[in-house]
Write a protein that binds this ligand. Sequence first.
Ligand SMILES: [Zn+2]
Length: 301
Amino acid sequence: MKKNNSIQKPYRGRFAPSPSGELHFGSLLAAMASYADARHHNGSWLLRIDDIDQARVVKHSDQHILNTLEQCGFEWDEKVSYQSQCIHHYQSALEKLNQAKLNYPCTCSRKQLKALSDSGIYPGLCRHKIVRDSDDKNSAIRIKVSSEHISFIDQIQQSYRQKLSQDVGDFIIYRRDNVFSYQLSVVVDDFQSAITHIVRGYDLLDSTPRQIYLQQLLSYPQPQYAHIPLAVSEKNLKLSKLSQAKKINCNLNTLVLAAHFLGQEMGQNEVDNIDDFWQNLISNWEINRVPRMEKQVIIYP
Ligand SMILES: [Zn+2]
């Protein structure tokens, strides 16, 4: 018997796009993989709009994303949640972390840090500094990391580990511009929604140990993780960075292309319409078939 009691819980998956533009092919892949995996396991699938960083929000893009998902045949459970409406949850998590006495204010500017090191690993400058009250308002909050390895088994990428003290350094949980960090908000959101399985893009693989660390400090259960390869153009550009990463066309061809990218065995001849497509994909879905790689070239029409 495995000790992990999360296996007993009903499967709850999610897709959490940021409303910074239209749904592009790269985000369709994450939506499809998380959806198919959830439905294959008779699980729930939730939608969350990651709009914590209001400065990056493009007006109405949340609605565009939801419309596109609907046209593609996705069906979500429960009410769509918005990070901007969950600030009180992040606040209480921050207070809980404060009690652990692992937080400290950091007044370093990006420029200062860049001058010290190019690695992006925070050298811990403010760890022992006494910050004056006047500085306080203008500071970020970092969390002290430990020198223990954090390792987990990704369902696609397999074993992954980091030593946060070496690979990341003390990281920010509350930004200088008064925004809760991505790392903290995502951990709190997934806990609040009782998410058991997270299927998302490879670009977030190296954030996962930080998120597991926060889960441990907050006594949250740890979800299962699976990171799908990123779709890149022939010139090795991430699709989200390309101008051609505009709104996808929700037709059968696009969906079949995405399913092939995810390594799923499905021929276009077998399906005539979007409903057939989903039925076919969900019943035949196997996460083991998703290629174990960081990125894969896609030739998107
Ligand atoms: Zn600092």
